[in-house]
Design a protein around this ligand. Structure first.
Ligand code: SF4
Length: 458
C-alpha cells in the first residue's frame, strides 16, 4: 500500500475536506500514516484565514525540501485555501512542490497524481464546485461526522478571504443531505455537525427547496432521537424566530450556538461590513436565550481591526461582559490578500493588538469560569468520545449537549456511549465529574440538561 501523510490546518470545513482527500486517495491504494518520513505522498491541507496560519504552512513546507532530497519518489502537494489564494506562485516559490489544488477541485487530485511528469495545478478563478455526494469520505471518527450543507459565502466581510478561496454561496439539495445523514445513522454515528460558512443562510442563494429550519426539521424527523445535531457557523443576521423555536423544540438539536460577533463596536462592525449592529446582535442573543434558557453561547472576536480605537475595543469588552460567553476564539487582526481591510491605512500596531488580545482573553476566561462553575452539582448528558489511560486509571472525555468538554473516570464506557455525569469541578475550559450510573442508549433525551437551566450571567 502507498502511504499518505495528510496534515490539516484550519476550520471544520478543512477537516471535512481532508476526510474527502483521504477517501479519494484510499480508492487509489493509499493508507493514512502519522509520520512524514514514511510517506510516499505528503499533502498539506491549508488555511488562509489568518496570516499566522499561512506562515505555519510555509515553514512546514520548508522542512520537506530535505526529505524530498533523501527520499526518491516522495511527492508533496498543497490543498485548501492557501492553494486557491496563491496558485502558481506556490509552484514558483517551492520548486520541490508537486501539485497545488484549491478546495473546489479536490477530485482532480488522483488525476494529478497519475500525471507524474507534470507539476500540476488545479485552482478555479471562481470556485463553484461542490463535492459529489457519491464521492468517498474517509471519516476519522466513527462517532461524530461533519456534513457539508452549503459551501462558499456571499457576504464579503472586509477582513475575510473565504468568498475568494471558497467561492460564492451554494447549497446542497436537502434530500441529498437527509440521505447522507440517514446513512450515518445506520452506520451508528451519534452526532452530526452541519457545516457551512454561513450555515443558517442555507437555501437562500440559489434558492433551495427547503430553508435552513425546514432542513433541520427534516433531519430531526429521520434521526428519530438517535443522534445529536449541531451546526456551525451561523451568521447573526440570519438568526430568526423560527431558528430559535427549532433550537427549543427539536429533540436532536443541541443547546449550543457558535455565533460570531467579531466586534462590539458599531463603528468597527460597519467598517468590517458585517451587516448588523451591536444592538441587532444582542437582540438575537436575547431571542435565543429567551427560547432556550440553557443555551451555551460561543463566538469569534477580532481585536485590532484597522481603525479600532480604545473606545471601540472597550465596547467589545463590554459586549463580552454583557453576553457572558461560554467560550470564544479571540484573534488579533491580520491582513489578508485581496480584502478591503488590507488596504485600510489605519492599521493598529502589533503591540496594541497583543495587549488588547490579552485583556479580552482575561475577561473571557473569567466569564467562562463563572459559566462553568454554574454546572457544579448538576448532572449532564455526556457523549463519550475520547479515552486517556494514565497508569492504571482510565480517564474518559466527552462533550455535553452545550459542547462543553467533560473529563471523568470510567472503565465500562466506550466511545459513542451517552452517560450521565455529575459535575464536581470546573475550569474556564472544561468540566470534571463522576459518572452517576452506567450510560446506555436510553439516555437519548433532551431533558437531562434542562433539569437545572443556566441563568444569564449579565
Ligand atoms: S460571513 Fe464569515 S465566511 Fe463570509 S465573508 Fe464574513 S467572515 Fe468570511
Amino acid at each position: 500500500m502507498l502511504k499518505l501523510r495528510l496534515i490539516t490546518y484550519g476550520c471544520q470545513a478543512n477537516e471535512l475536506d481532508s476526510e474527502r482527500i483521504a477517501g479519494l486517495l484510499g480508492r487509489e491504494g493509499y493508507e493514512l500514516i502519522e509520520h512524514d518520513e514514511e510517506a510516499d505522498l505528503i499533502i498539506l491541507n491549508t488555511c488562509a484565514i489568518r496570516e499566522k496560519a499561512e506562515q505555519k504552512v510555509y515553514s512546514r513546507l520548508g522542512t520537506f525540501r530535505e526529505l524530498k532530497r533523501r527520499k526518491k519518489g516522495l511527492r508533496v502537494g498543497i490543498c485548501g485555501c492557501v492553494a486557491q489564494q496563491e496558485g502558481q506562485a506556490l509552484l514558483n516559490r517551492f520548486p520541490y512542490l508537486d501539485f497545488v489544488v484549491g478546495p473546489a477541485q479536490l477530485t482532480s487530485i488522483p488525476t494529478l497524481l497519475r500525471e507524474r511528469a507534470n507539476r500540476g495545478i488545479a485552482t478555479a478563478r471562481a470556485p463553484a464546485f461542490s463535492y459529489p455526494s457519491t464521492a468517498p469520505i474517509h471519516r476519522r471518527s466513527g462517532i461524530k461526522a461533519w456534513v457539508s450543507i452549503m459551501e462558499g459565502c456571499d457576504r464579503f466581510c472586509a477582513f475575510c478571504v473565504v468568498p475568494f478561496t471558497r467561492g460564492r454561496e451554494r447549497s446542497r439539495p436537502p434530500q441529498e443531505i437527509v440521505e447522507e445523514i440517514r446513512g450515518l445513522k445506520e452506520q451508528g454515528y451519534r452526532e452530526v455537525t452541519l457545516l457551512g460558512q454561513t450555515v443558517n443562510s442555507y437555501g437562500k442563494n440559489p434558492r433551495a427547496p427547503a430553508t435552513f429550519v425546514e432542513l433541520l426539521r427534516m433531519i430531526d424527523h429521520i434521526i428519530e432521537g438517535e443522534m445529536r445535531v449541531r451546526f456551525t457557523s451561523p451568521y447573526p443576521g440570519d438568526v430568526t424566530e423560527e431558528l430559535a423555536e427549532a433550537l427549543a423544540d427539536l429533540h436532536s438539536l443541541c443547546e449550543h450556538i457558535h455565533l460570531p460577533v467579531q466586534s462590539g463596536s458599531n463603528r468597527t462592525l460597519r467598517r468590517m461590513k458585517r451587516g448588523y449592529s451591536r444592538d441587532d446582535y444582542l437582540g438575537k442573543v436575547e431571542l435565543l436565550r429567551t427560547r432556550v434558557p440553557e443555551l451555551a453561547l460561543t463566538t469569534d472576536i477580532i481585536v485590532g481591526f484597522p481603525g479600532e480605537t480604545e473606545r471601540d475595543f472597550e465596547e467589545t469588552l463590554s459586549l463580552i461582559q454583557d453576553v457572558g460567553y461560554d467560550g470564544a476564539f479571540i484573534f488579533k487582526y491580520s491582513t489578508r490578500p485581496h480584502t478591503p481591510a488590507a488596504r485600510m491605512s489605519d492599521q493598529v500596531p502589533e503591540e496594541v493588538k497583543g495587549h488588547r488580545l490579552e485583556q479580552a482573553l482575561g475577561l473571557l476566561n473569567m466569564l467562562s469560569l463563572e459559566r462553568n462553575r454554574a454546572y457544579l452539582g448538576r448532572t449532564v448528558e455526556v457523549l463519550v468520545d475520547r479515552e486517556d489511560v494514565k497508569g492504571d486509571a482510565v480517564r474518559l472525555a466527552g462533550r455535553t449537549r452545550g459542547n462543553k468538554i467533560v473529563h471523568f473516570s470510567g472503565e465500562e464506557q466506550r466511545d459513542g456511549d451517552l452517560v450521565p455525569v455529575a459535575i464536581t469541578g470546573a475550569s474556564a475550559l472544561h468540566l470534571q465529574g463522576e459518572i452517576v450510573s452506567n450510560g446506555t442508549k436510553s439516555l437519548w433525551k433532551k431533558d437531562l440538561t434542562t433539569l437545572h437551566p443556566l441563568s444569564m450571567i449579565s
